[in-house]
Write a protein that binds this ligand. Structure first.
Ligand SMILES: CC(C)(COP(=O)(O)OP(=O)(O)OC[C@H]1O[C@@H](n2cnc3c(N)ncnc32)[C@H](O)[C@@H]1OP(=O)(O)O)[C@@H](O)C(=O)NCCC(=O)NCCS
Length: 155
């Protein structure tokens, strides 16, 4: 993405309405306003976003536990997809995590989510396991992915 007019920042309670709206567009099992509120209030949770002229184009949330982080959600508004924004946001957040001293990143992703899988494996995430029938809405398997951020640092 060569467009530097996107503003990268950590999101807060003032972004709650925009987060809920984007979440509803992007996920069938959308987080509620209360879930986002709790996430924004607790210090181990982080949500970063990319905004274009104040509009939230993408966000990524994660939980920080000691030297590890678990990616919770990464979403790009459909109007902004396939422009490198997901890649840019993931890269910026992982860089931020390295600066926070985080060494290992984990996540779960639906087996059918080819876009997300391509994005994550492009960063070097590798599959470490499967949770059979993990997602309650359609009993789809979750793939467990892992990335050693120390390796990423050396790239
Ligand atoms: C997954 C998602 C975040 C990708 O965001 P994006 O901004 O469109 O992705 P990018 O343009 O940065 O693409 C980065 C790479 O991801 C892969 N990718 C993205 N969309 C893809 C698609 N529809 N099909 C296949 N690969 C895709 C490609 O490898 C791409 O690299 P390339 O353009 O060099 O080929 C976006 O599709 C989305 O928000 N999906 C709905 C929410 C979701 O499923 N989130 C992930 C689980 S938490």
């Amino acid at each position: 993405m060569n467009d530097f007019s996107y503003e990268f920042s950590r999101l807060g309670l003032y972004d709650l309405n925009d987060l809920v709206a984007l979440e509803k567009i992007c996920f069938p099992n959308a987080w509620t306003e209360e879930q986002f509120w709790l996430c924004l209030k607790q210090k181990q949770y982080y949500i970063f976003g990319l905004k274009k002229k104040g509009d939230l184009a993408a966000y990524m949330s994660f939980q920080h536990i000691d030297y590890e982080m678990e990616i919770l959600k990464l979403a790009v508004h459909p109007a902004y997809r396939r422009k490198g924004i997901g890649k840019r946001l993931l890269g910026l957040v992982l860089q931020n995590c390295i600066e926070m001293g985080i060494e290992q990143a984990y996540l779960e992703v639906r087996r059918s989510n080819t876009a997300a899988l391509a994005l994550y494996t492009g960063f070097g995430f590798i599959q470490t396991g499967i949770r059979k029938g993990y997602y309650p809405d359609n009993k789809e398997d979750a793939l467990l992915l892992f990335l050693n951020l120390i390796t990423l640092q050396k790239v």
